[in-house]
Ligand binder design. Structure first.
Ligand code: GAR
Length: 197
């Protein structure tokens, strides 16, 4: 819903475990946005590249501790205290616990580097996905942006985009094509969903 006068700013937290190239694109796309702010970068790894990106952009960070995430409050209190409205997963490799899903119903979005429902599920991340696509001689792959539910790579699909897989493609060359699609579409789709909610 668009409001006519002063809209409250929606705060998003980006969860990432690795390099954070998607996080960087999202931060860049939303900087100076009137009604959305990337307010927190969350990681399960103290040495994740995404933390440098957060520092460069002066965005606060939060490191998740495994026991508390899976058996404690899933950091829901910390996220609510920070005023977070949306959680964006960008290469985040831990499963999202039910406690967190319940506190953020339809407010957690993930990107998966394949055309779900194919090539999703436990263990299907990064190069594993692309290698499986190549091994099965698929002629196309792509990206899926979806809401997160209790199952891996399973919630309602918001958006998909495709790319071709050529005979000479390797897992690495396919990964590069798919990442380009992610960078092109993920920031815009996030903006649209957050503004509509
Ligand atoms: C992205 O390709 C993302 O789709 C994938 O991890 C990569 C993170 O790259 N996520 C998964 O495989 C989740 N199942 P980045 O750190 O450069 O944004």
């Amino acid at each position: 819903m668009h409001c006519k006068y002063i809209c409250p700013v929606k705060k998003i937290a980006i969860f990432a475990s690795g390099t954070g190239s998607n996080a960087a694109k999202i931060i860049d796309h939303l900087k100076n946005h009137k009604s959305i702010s990337v307010s927190l970068i969350v990681s399960n790894k103290v040495d994740a590249g995404v933390l440098n990106i957060a520092t460069q952009s002066s965005i606060p960070t939060l490191i998740l501790e495994k026991e508390k995430f899976f058996r404690g409050n899933a950091f829901t209190d910390e996220l609510k205290e920070a005023g977070i409205d949306f959680i964006i997963l960008a290469g985040f490799l831990w499963k999202i616990p039910t406690a967190l899903i319940k506190k953020f119903p339809d407010r957690i979005i993930n990107i998966h580097p394949a055309l779900l429902p194919k090539y999703g599920g436990k263990g299907m991340y990064g190069q594993h996905v692309h290698q499986a696509v190549i091994d099965n001689k698929e002629t196309e792959s792509g990206i899926t942006i979806h809401f997160v539910d209790e199952h891996y790579d399973h919630g309602d699909i918001i958006f998909q985009a495709k790319c071709s897989v050529q005979e000479n493609d390797t897992a690495s060359s396919l990964a590069a094509k798919v990442l380009q699609l992610e960078h092109k579409y993920y920031p815009k789709v996030i903006e649209e969903v957050v503004l509509q909610t």
